[in-house]
Design a protein around this ligand. Sequence first.
Ligand SMILES: NC(=O)c1ccc[n+]([C@@H]2O[C@H](COP(=O)([O-])OP(=O)(O)OC[C@H]3O[C@@H](n4cnc5c(N)ncnc54)[C@H](O)[C@@H]3O)[C@@H](O)[C@H]2O)c1
Length: 435
Amino acid sequence: MKEEILKKIEKRDIKIAVVGLGYVGLPLAIEFAKAGVKVHGYDVDEKKTEKINKGISYVKDVSSEELAPLVEKGLITATSESSVLSEVDGIIIAVPTPLSKTKDPDLSYVIKAAHDVKKNLKKGHIISFESTTYPGTTDEIILPLLEETGLVVGKDFFLAFSPERIDPGNTKYTVKNTPKLVGGVEPNSTEVVSALYSLALLNVVPVSSSRVAEAAKLLENTFRSINIGLANEMAIMCNILGIDVWEVIEAAGTKPFGFMKFYPGPGIGGHCIPIDPIYLSWKLKTFNYTARFIETATDINSNMPRYVVGRIQDALNEKERSIKGSRILVLGIAYKRDIDDVRESPILDIIDLLEQKGANVEYYDPHVPWVEISGKLMESIKDPKYEDYNLVVLGTDHSSFDYREIYEKAPYIFDTRNAFRNSGIQDNQHKIVTL
Ligand SMILES: NC(=O)c1ccc[n+]([C@@H]2O[C@H](COP(=O)([O-])OP(=O)(O)OC[C@H]3O[C@@H](n4cnc5c(N)ncnc54)[C@H](O)[C@@H]3O)[C@@H](O)[C@H]2O)c1
């Protein structure tokens, strides 16, 4: 079976399905289609499948101009019918892996997707699971489910974990040129799934098991979470000591080895950095082990919105104002620069906390026209009059902001990203407060 499948892959005589057409699944589907592989997208959200079939993209990193010709050529189609999985050779799963309300891994989307695969599993199927998760998910949860069909992995079908490393908004490193780890639940699976990805991606890196691939992804994102946590704590400590943390980081960054710059900010957001390390610490809890670095970093990072609001309170105090009754404009609410994603964005928490304290808050984000915060709908204002506010809080440092204009017009600024100084502004008027 393995040789037969590898030959089919070599001849590009295969079709694939991508399960979950979100920030991860859609760009991946595009890459395979561009490589001439026919892709069926399967998503439970009919609004998304309808848009795709009309050639309309809803993911910022994928333009409709890129998608539409692939749809027209029949290289990408989308459906909400799981039976499509029986019509393809390869299945790539990219469904969400969030946390539950009690901050435990929520694998319900993964399990539903695995059941859909099981229902349609046939001899020769190549299955790659991409959703970020704790080590053991692929071989402890997905594999036994699929083998309930009587088909045997490595012989009848192939199963690997291949973490997605996409960095939304990054134009230098894309799905195509970011090295792709592949760890099979057994060696034949590693080989076959690696061959599948090699059709569309430039650099496939096989590893010895699905667990190594799962753990590697969690190490990458835990590394970021911990280092951002360290930068955030450094900001808190420097503030106590009266030292400019931004200058400290640049100074340390002149060391050409053994140091990497990470910056403080309003907290961490997105579907990855705040969540993935908790998948790892949760798994370790089942072995009675406490992942101390993860817990500490999570604690520091998740308290940053509260810390920022405390610092805003101090800043307003300097002007003999209270938060209550102040008009505050928050600039940028996406979790990072130049994207439209507000999942887990700490700036939403800052807005919520400021409103709880009686501020009149408005926001302006050219990438996020509206947002729901604590059940309340807020719309981005269209034409901000910076001079009308008591304080402008820079939440996300989008590159489209005219920092010079904002500086000239706003009476007082709290900059959580050091964006004004980074854009060359010297605060001669002494109206910027930074972290
Ligand atoms: N967004 C990122 O930057 C990023 C980067 C690396 C890894 N990841 C990981 O990739 C996975 C997917 O993340 P995302 O950002 O693409 O999520 P997303 O919410 O943007 O997309 C997931 C899609 O899956 C669909 N879906 C849910 N359950 C389904 C099911 N059972 N069958 C078919 N479709 C289903 C949803 O409708 C949605 O369109 C997560 O595990 C995430 O941690 C995300």
